[in-house]
Design a protein around this ligand. Structure first.
Ligand code: ATP
Length: 441
């Protein structure tokens, strides 16, 4: 990693003898359409008469040689006016946010650019949103979470690729260190405790010693309690969306962050085994592509808890209704596992006992109890989509009056089909008639 960073650096001396690094953006390995976009932004800024900088995750990942397509820029000047001008020039769409002096530009080829006016922030209370004032790039970088995220790369033509690094972020990237910019950083925004873990584990870095002490102090002081559920939920979700979230979840637990979210929340041996089994399931082909893997990891994290505690955590994380529904269905998992453990269970029983469970919960069951996982996959791959050939229409035609009885008969016919007792439309109709006759006897 260090070699990648060092190799394309040119160092220049400025008037005041400060070392300035300029990287050859054109020579870097990232998509050509991103390169040409960055060039265009710089040229447009020159025309508009403002300084423009690439900030946030992209400069960090460019220096690390990691893929990233999130274009965040900061303008020293009127960010919204620049966004409007650039969007007009590129025939994009612009969504300004006057209150924050920011705008989003969406370009026809799908690129999205976050444009901000350089600003400084003042935190009146821990966890509360800051008050914001227009400023220069240095102040804008100073309000950021970690040194590695406070690097900017200038895009104006005359300084294209100039690395603006006031806080030693580039050095920390090389050394693999997560470091806050000042000692009140976690007090200003306790969310940064979770973010520190995310970046540490994603890149295999270490949270610097003093930063870790400040982090632990912030957690012990209960500062996370002051953060809104929506923000906590969002950061935890981002952790669970990481490629391999287990190390980060274990680290959150070890630092007391999970315990600060709920005293009973932790990553223990059971969590580890479940995450590991889920990882194996994800590499199997049977898993639907659209599945939200992070939801499964969340379910694994909540699984060892009581239904009541699960509910409390779900509230603290402000989970969506759909995810909360999955969480509440965890309650039935143990009972279903016991039921499915009977080798003589007919396919129709498997079908009817699983049909009200979301795929996420089913896969968690498969991870939890390997001996029954083949049953779960049988359900997902075959039984779930099985249908009768007859419908309510045919039942009407043979004289059965419409009503709730329709569904009952169709379910019984479906059960017979799943168990291989009927195999054609004719046989299904015959069975439906028999059931109807029997019911009227
Ligand atoms: P990722 O690669 O996961 O998207 P990112 O660094 O791009 O990481 P974002 O959440 O998109 O993360 O934030 C963009 C930038 O905004 C960060 O790099 C950082 O400079 C700044 N930032 C985001 N959240 C905070 C925060 N809570 N406190 C301070 N700065 C923040």
């Amino acid at each position: 990693m260090e070699r990648t960073i060092g190799s394309s650096l040119r160092k220049q001396k400025t008037g005041n003898l400060e070392l300035v690094e300029v990287i050859d953006l054109d020579g870097r390995k990232f998509p050509p359409r991103l390169k040409s976009l960055l060039k265009k932004i710089g040229e447009a800024a020159d025309e508009f008469g403002v300084n423009v900088y690439l900030v946030g995750g992209l400069p960090r990942d460019i220096l690390l040689g990691q893929p990233n397509l999130d274009v965040d820029i900061v303008v020293e000047g009127d960010g919204i006016a620049f966004a409007k001008q650039f969007s007009r020039q590129e025939r994009g769409e612009v969504k300004p946010h006057k209150q924050f002096q920011t705008a989003i530009v969406v370009l026809p080829r799908g690129f999205k650019i976050d444009v901000a006016t350089a600003r400084t922030e003042r935190y009146e209370k821990p966890g509360a949103l800051p008050t914001v004032e227009v400023s220069g790039i240095k102040d804008d970088l100073y309000r950021r979470d970690f040194t590695i995220n406070s690097i900017a790369i200038q895009l104006n033509r005359r300084c294209y690729g100039k690395v603006i690094d006031y806080f030693g972020g580039h050095q920390d990237l090389k050394a693999g260190i997560i470091r806050v910019l000042h000692q009140l950083s976690f007090v200003d925004d306790p969310m940064r405790t979770i973010r520190a873990v995310r970046f540490e584990q994603r890149y295999g870095f270490n949270i610097e010693q003093k930063t870790e002490r400040l982090l632990r102090e912030a957690i012990q002081a209960g500062l996370l309690d002051k953060v809104s559920s929506e923000r906590i939920g969002k950061e935890i979700t981002l952790i669970l969306k990481e490629k391999d979230p287990l190390p980060a979840v274990k680290r959150l637990s070890e630092l007391g962050i999970l315990g600060a979210i709920h005293p009973q929340l932790r990553a223990d041996r059971q969590t580890e085994v479940l995450f590991f089994e889920l990882g194996k399931i994800f590499s199997s082909t049977a898993v639907p592509r659209h599945l939200h893997r992070w939801v499964l990891y969340l379910l694994a994290l909540l699984y060892p808890l009581s239904p009541e505690v699960r509910k409390q955590v779900a509230e603290r994380l402000a989970l969506s209704k759909k995810v909360r529904d999955c969480v509440s269905k965890l309650e039935t998992v143990e009972e279903k596992i016991r039921l499915l453990d009977d080798p003589s269970l007919k396919p129709s029983r498997v079908y009817f006992s699983l049909r009200n469970l979301p795929t996420e919960v089913l896969l968690l069951m498969a991870a939890r109890a390997k001996p029954i996982s083949n049953r779960i996959f049988l359900y997902l791959e075959k039984l779930k989509t099985a249908r009768t050939e007859i419908s309510g229409e045919e039942l009407k035609q043979i004289g059965i009056p419409s009503g709730p009885i329709f569904q009952k008969i169709l379910d019984m016919v479906l059960a017979a089909r799943l168990d291989g007792e009927v195999d054609s439309k004719q046989e299904e109709l015959k069975l439906a008639e028999e059931i109807w006759r029997e019911a009227n006897r």
